[in-house]
Design a protein around this ligand. Sequence first.
Ligand code: 7TS
Length: 406
Amino acid sequence: MFDIQEIRSQFTILNQQVNGKPLVYLDNAATSQKPNSVLEVWNKYYTELNANVHRGIHTLSQLATEEMELSRRKIQKFINAKHDFEVIFTKGTTEGLNLIAYILTQKLKKDDEIIISYLEHHSNIVPWQLLCERTGAKLRVIPIDENGILQLDYLDEYLSEKTKVVSVNQVSNALGIVNPIEEIIAKTRKNSDAYIVIDGAQSAPHFTIDVQKMDCDFFVFSGHKMYAPMGTGILYGKQEILEDLPPFHGGGEMIATCSFDGTTYAGLPFKYEAGTPNVGGNIALGAAIDFIEKVGQSNIQNHENALLEYAQRQLLEIENLKVYGEKANRTGVVSFNLEGTGISSDVGMILDKMGIAVRTGHHCTQPIMDFFNIAGTVRASFAIYNTFQEIDSLVEGVKKAQRMLS
Ligand code: 7TS
């Protein structure tokens, strides 16, 4: 077991009043708060180590490089990648997905197909639409049922030799539904040669990730949703695939030789890390992984699941409150609306006055909102430092909003 108060004491930001009330931070799917250990590592980098990496003979540059490469190895272990050079630093999931869609351009031709799902964040929709525009490929979308469950019969129907990419998230950010990616990957491998891309933005903060066992080709996530600074993220790609594909950005660090007659590219991971990286952030991402491992991934998962169940049970007791998505097999997120009381942002504003931070609106998943024929939802999302008392405050706040708005 872990001591929740001890954990909270590591997050100075949580110990404050917002609008005269103790802050209740329930917007963790947008970004998590950062523990002091992460901030200290970040601060130490800028106060003691700051230098550019991989290019200096001088001591600070070497130390900064060592720290960043140590962080890369921590991340390799965290997702169980076979090699550390399969771990590419990015600025987040959005960059990772755009990078993949860009470098696959030459592999697709007119009438090839890309399969995604209805549950995707816009950043796992738009890069593929852009790829379709560049190549003439077509997008096929796995539909959902009224509980937000993917209709995998359609995947069976869609998969063919035309399928070049299957890209789905492991956990939906709008509904919190955990998707059956093992089944999706198995079906895809059996029926096509498609590249398999997993958006792990909402799973990496909550689950143990094993990219080898999963057998995906790419796995992307954001550091800032898992206790690390903003501007950090990871693209994992299988060695042989990354070696086969062209670079994304051209620039410093990604070349082996450069002349006006032509350029040859550096090996992995540098081929995909042009320019000066976010060294301090990348090192701090390693510290965030240390934090997660110290608390224990099973403690995190158990606590967040208990919070979710508690929140869901209480919210469902409120009359005319609709929770979206199936109730089982969900993680970290409860998405709901007060029916007949206007728009979700009204509820969000009332909660904010009570110091409670939730996200409202479409959560960058407009197709899901269109499916349910709504403009948005109120979304509460949890992290390791949230408490049952905070859920009580949320429930009280929602009841108050209902009284005020009806
Ligand atoms: N994919 C999923 C599943 C996400 O939840 C998000 C961010 C992204 C991709 C993009 O990540 P980024 O770090 O590059 O922005 N989701 C959210 C959210 O639910 N609320 O704010 C951002």
